[in-house]
Design a protein around this ligand. Structure first.
Ligand code: ADP
Length: 785
């Protein structure tokens, strides 16, 4: 399996997730508001009775709501509010009260008996009414109360059947009360005994309608389920129901008025029928067009939802619904998948070659799976499951949404492989990565980093740990260098330091650090890549030693060649000393002391000159360590010329020195730069040997080269120039155009100049001869710690 091949397979983790709120709060709020309004109405009526205010008991209409009716609605409201708060027992007990009031009214009406309950409340005020049975709720209201109480009790019970019962009872209760209320305007006489059966006082009608709608809204899901089959929605019905009641009543009312106005009853009847037909036709047209529109929208939504890989299963994992998206993803059709266990159908497995177990009893999960498609290929899936517990009945279902993460998983595997390769490369080359999170103050070592340093994984976890491992001899300089670089917000810092291993041995590490700063310029992160260069450094120092020796040998050999010239040079001041002293002796013998001081001064001057020549020679052939110092370019050039051209006669070549500023200081190792100049001057002089003596010319120049920190020194001759075939290999060791030449001079020169941070170039002049140019720095070079 693909996941099995990855170096470190990750287990599919099933994360439990909490039950999701189904967005029912808004629905509950609306239901509560309707109940509260109904309760307030009932409360007003009771207050009206208590303070004997007929305006409150009938809400302005002549037909008043009876105290028992108001009590029944008040208690029913309380029952519904408790039911909403999931206090089912209390709600049921309370619902019995309105049911009993309704039932007793009906019983008395049908049986023609009087139980005396009608005048239980406010007896004297109730009996004042000109009603056949004062105090008794009318038959329609009693029926409505009975139905709504039953609906409220059913609504507290779980299950689809109960929900449907509640909805049917609510609609019927609504119908009974609404029709009775709407018939009110038609009543001829309040005292008409038949009136008792149909009349519903205005407050009772309002309470009943509000509670019925609350009940329908509350069991919304069930209600919608019932309507969905008809292609209708709840809002539609909430408009249609009252209209169905009101329209015929309105038509009837118009007919009555027409009759009253003296219109022929036949014509008035026709008008009523016409009105009814027109109203019903308009209603039908509106309902059907709206239903069709909603149906279309619902279908479009269903199609859109169906295109995503979503499946519904029961709690044991059997597929109930298999979307088009699932069909496309897995290749299994809806008919094939339905009724089968999803994990069996797709041979779902976790990352460790284990088949996935259905986490029954869980409220949801999220995890990665490897599943088999119909064609046998595997696919990596991120599965998210949520348990949907229908709030008012029905069996719970799992909604599973699947995301194809094959590409991501493959990319992750590739990344892991590349990381493994990197780790191997780092291990092999003793490279390590350390990251310092300056904000959290945390050190993280790359995997395997530090193994060669004898450090355990995570061995360095803080700045203090790291500091402690740096050789005390390097510590202060290293930290000051890093701090300086950070203060200047340098993006990159390179440094070398010795690292003390836990066993006490030391390793030389070369580190390159990338620095990251925030907008305020504060360091946030430092990523250091270090490489163990202990062996390399040992080799380098051995090589440098060898190079020093080669340079020394080269100087000695040059010295050998220059010896005769230098001896001649030395001879001159020594002869002069002897001559001056001899003359002084003669004069002294003759008793003439007048010129003695001058002669002695001249002799000592010559002796100093001889001493200077010897000093130059000694310095040149010395084997001292490389030492950069401030030295003036004029002096360097002078000394080099004295050494290089000493063996030649004074007038052998025409030498010109053109220094822009002889006192210009350069920071360099004197002996080495002298060696460069001596080499270049001797090469030039040797090349000039081929020229007639009167045309031999060497020009030495020095000038600042654009950058004030760079000095350009050139040695130019007008000899035959560099042989064309040698131009590319001039600085390659052992390439020589002279018979018996070693061919190492220029390669040594180049190395010396580059070690000083400069460059050495050679070219032929336009009008003959060659020019060598090299640069020197007029400031100290970057020394690494
Ligand atoms: P070597 O002098 O021992 O041959 P170098 O490395 O100093 O070694 O010089 C390499 C070669 O470069 C010389 O042999 C010579 O042919 C050529 N060369 C160097 N300087 C000059 C110059 N100024 N003019 C002409 N040829 C030169």
């Amino acid at each position: 399996m693909a996941r099995g091949q990855s170096p470190e397979p990750q287990a599919a983790v099933f994360l439990p997730v909490g039950k999701t709120a189904m967005g029912i709060e808004a629905q509950d709020r609306a239901t509560t508001a309707l109940c509260a309004a109904a309760g307030a109405c009932a409360g007003l009526v009771l207050t009206g009775w208590a303070i004997d205010a007929p305006a409150l008991t009938g809400f302005g209409s002549p037909l008043t709501a009876q105290p028992l009716t108001a009590v029944a609605f008040l208690v029913l409201t309380a029952a519904m509010l408790f039911a909403l708060a999931e206090r089912k027992m209390l709600a049921t007990l309370l619902a019995v009260v309105p049911a009993l009031i309704g039932a007793s009214a009906l019983f008395q009406e049908i049986a023609g008996v009087a139980l005396g309950t009608d005048t239980l409340l406010f007896a004297d005020r109730v009996t004042r009414q000109a009603l056949p049975e004062p105090g008794r709720p009318s038959t329609a209201v009693a029926l409505g109360l009975l139905l709504l109480s039953g609906g409220a009790v059913a609504a507290t019970r779980k299950g689809l059947r109960m929900g449907q019962t509640a909805a049917v009872l609510a609609i019927t209760g609504f119908g009974a009360i609404a029709v009775a209320g709407a018939a009110l305007p038609l009543a001829a006489e309040l005292t008409d005994p038949a009136f008792r059966y149909v009349a519903a006082p205005l407050p009772a009608m309002i309470c009943g309608v509000l509670l019925a709608i609350a009940l329908l809204g509350w069991r919304g899901s069930v209600w919608e389920g019932l309507l969905a089959g008809l292609g209708l929605d709840r809002t539609l019905l909430q408009v249609v129901l009252p209209l169905l009641v009101v329209t015929p009543v309105a038509a009837e009312w118009i007919e009555e008025r027409a009759k009253g106005a003296g219109l022929d009853p036949v014509v008035a009847g026709s008008v009523e029928t016409g009105l009814n037909i027109a109203a019903m036709a308009a209603l039908l047209l509106w309902v059907t067009s709206r239903a069709a529109r909603e149906q279309r929208a619902r279908r479009a939504l269903t199609r859109a939802l169906d295109s995503a890989p979503i499946a519904l299963t029961d709690t044991s994992g059997l597929v109930i619904h298999w979307s088009k998206g699932c069909e496309q993803l897995y290749g299994w059709g809806q008919a094939e998948a339905r009724g089968r266990r999803k994990y069996d159908l797709l041979a779902s497995a976790t990352g460790q070659d284990e088949s996935a177990a259905w986490p029954s009893g869980s409220a949801g999960w999220e995890g990665e799976l490897i599943e088999r498609k119909r064609d046998g290929s595997t696919v990596n899936i991120l599965e998210r499951a949520r348990l949907l517990e229908p709030r008012h009945g029905g069996d719970p279902v799992f909604v599973l949404s699947m995301t194809d993460i094959t590409a991501r998983t493959q990319a992750e595997a590739a990344l892991r492989e590349s990381e493994a390769r990197l780790t191997l490369a780092m291990d092999t080359n003793d490279i390590g990565i350390i990251e310092w999170d300056a904000v959290a103050g945390r050190f993280t070592q790359s995997r395997g980093a530090g193994r060669s340093l004898g450090l355990a994984e995570g061995g360095i976890s803080s700045l203090a740990d790291w500091r402690a491992r740096i050789d005390p001899a390097d510590r202060a300089a290293l930290f000051s260098r890093i701090n300086n670089a950070i203060a200047r917000q340098q993006p990159r810092i390179r440094f070398r330091h010795r690292f003390v291993r836990p066993d006490g041995s030391k390793r030389m590490l070369e580190t390159s650090a990338a620095c990251f700063y925030d907008a305020a310029g504060k360091l946030t992160r430092l990523i250091c890549v270090y490489i163990d260069v202990t062996e390399k450094e040992e080799w380098e120092s051995r090589l440098a030693q060898l190079q020093d020796e080669v340079m020394h040998v080269s100087r000695l050999s040059a010295m050998g060649e220059m010896a005769s010239g230098l001896a001649h040079e030395l001879n001159q001041p020594l002869t002069a000393v002897v001559n001056f002293l001899g003359t002084a002796k003669v004069l002294r013998a003759t008793g003439d002391d007048s010129k003695l001081d001058d002669l002695l001064a001249a002799a000592s001057q010559q002796a100093l000159r001889a001493g200077q020549i010897i000093r130059r020679l000694r310095t040149f052939v010395s084997r001292g360590t490389v030492q950069e110092e401030w030295t003036s370019i004029g002096e360097l050039i002078e000394d080099s010329i004295a050494l290089a051209l000493a063996s030649r006669g004074r007038n052998d070549v025409d030498l010109r020195i053109e220094t822009e500023d002889p006192d210009q200081l350069v920071c360099a190792d004197r002996v080495q730069i002298q060696q460069v100049l001596v080499n270049l001057l001797r090469n030039a002089a040797e090349a000039l040997d081929q020229m007639p003596p009167e045309r031999r010319e060497i020009v030495v120049t020095s000038a600042i080269d654009g950058d004030p920190e760079r000095l350009l020194v050139s040695v130019q001759d007008n000899g035959p120039g560099l042989p064309k075939e040698m131009l590319d290999s001039l600085f390659t060791p052992f390439v020589s155009g002279k018979e018996g030449g070693m061919g190492v001079g220029l390669s040594i020169c180049k190395r010396i100049v580059e070690a000083h941070g400069g460059t050495l170039r050679a070219e032929n002049n336009q009008h003959g001869g060659a020019t060598f140019r090299f640069t020197l720095q007029t400031r100290p070079g970057d020394d690494e710690v």
